[in-house]
Design a protein around this ligand. Structure first.
Ligand code: FA5
Length: 338
């Protein structure tokens, strides 16, 4: 092998030893075996070699090509294995870690719903359930909201193609309860409700309510307020500022809105309370005689109170959550805080 060929072989071996990765190796391959590579150019110079030496030059250059190809291939295998090892090392996963360190837990809405169920069952209430798809009759008509009544606009509705609807409030579970139970009774009915409305920091199109209803002889506003007080004291575990103001709901008379002083801004005004300092939380009232009648209960003998707690807003106030959209975001960073 001529001096030139030997020199090239030494350079190639040294370059291959220094190659740190497959990209560097490919650059070396191009520099020696590419179209303008050192070995390729040298083999083209065979025409300048004296005729008597051409055969041996040709043989040497072919040997050098074979040697270069096998050295490059060998280094390629080594570097490939090295890169796979590095990748495995950097992407190593302990598949047992989630079992050891990250236990699942209940969503904050479920936690507070469970707490409310405990509070009310300890006062003798029973817990009722109902379907999320309801009849128009149970959701509106039995609650003294006939067709074309303007109060239907208060709860924009998702209708199903068969003429039913996604319940807009848990009050329809009252209707089912009245048909099933004989007075006196005390029930609560937690559940998911749906409204076709624009979403913002305090409004969702899918949210949770807890309905409550007590039917007995001589039920008054005093009974209603006492139950609401117990509920708020037990959930918040501290005194919270509330206000009661007249509110219109066709299924109660008189009707009230129980608002809570916004615990996000301390009452100074924010996006959750719409700068008012108050959050609508717990509408309530004495059950309208028409509703008792529709439930098969004689309003001359019995009276009752009912309320419809906005569960999402209650949880927001309890934990200082400043946007209702967090509840359904599916963001684990949110739920892991509770
Ligand atoms: C009702 O749904 C009545 N059925 C409540 C009721 C029951 C009144 C029994 C009287 C007697 P309202 O539409 O205001 O009322 O909703 C009740 C509560 O649900 C509100 O105070 C609020 O806390 C919550 N709420 C209402 N709309 C939304 C919404 N889009 N997103 C989140 N929470 C809401």
């Amino acid at each position: 092998m001529s001096v030139d060929l030997n020199q090239i072989k030494v350079e190639l071996v040294e370059a291959l030893e220094n190659a740190e990765n497959l990209r560097a190796l490919d650059e070396i391959r191009v520099a020696f075996r590419g179209q303008k590579g050192k070995i390729t150019l040298l083999s083209k110079s065979i025409k300048d070699v004296a005729p008597e030496n051409r055969a041996s030059f040709g043989k040497d250059i072919n040997e050098l090509k074979d040697l270069a190809d096998s050295l490059i291939e060998k280094r390629k295998t080594e570097l490939f294995e090295k890169e796979v090892e590095q990748q495995l090392e950097s992407e190593w996963i302990d598949v047992t870690i989630s079992k050891k360190d990250q236990k699942g837990h209940l969503h904050p809405l479920t936690q507070i719903q469970n707490r409310i169920e405990d509070i009310f069952t300890s006062m003798g209430f029973i817990v009722l359930d109902g379907p999320e798809t309801e009849s128009e009759y149970n959701n509106f008509e039995a609650l003294n909201i006939p067709k074309d009544h303007p109060a239907r606009d208060m709860q924009d509705t998702f209708w199903t193609t068969d003429g039913n609807l996604l319940r807009t409030h848990t009050s329809c579970i009252q209707v089912r309860g009245m048909k099933k139970l004989k007075p006196p009774f005390k029930v609560i009915a937690p559940g998911r409700v749906f409204r076709y409305e624009a979403i913002d920091a305090s409004h969702e199109n899918t949210f949770y309510q807890v309905e409550g209803m007590v039917v007995d002889k001589e039920i008054s506003v005093a009974n209603l307020i006492s139950s609401m007080r117990t509920l708020l004291r037990e959930v918040f575990e501290k005194d919270v500022k509330v206000r009661l103001r007249p509110g219109y709901f066709p299924f109660v008379e008189p009707g009230f809105e129980l608002d809570i002083s916004c615990l996000i801004c301390g009452g100074s005004g924010c996006s959750v309370c719409k700068q008012s300092g108050w959050v609508e939380l717990l509408p309530c009232g004495l059950v309208h005689p028409n509703v008792l009648k529709a439930g098969g209960i004689d309003p001359n003998e019995y009276s009752g109170f009912a309320f419809g707690l906005g569960l999402n807003r209650l949880v927001m106030m309890k934990y200082g959550i400043n946007d209702i959209r967090h509840f359904q975001s599916g963001d684990l960073r949110f739920v892991r805080q509770f």
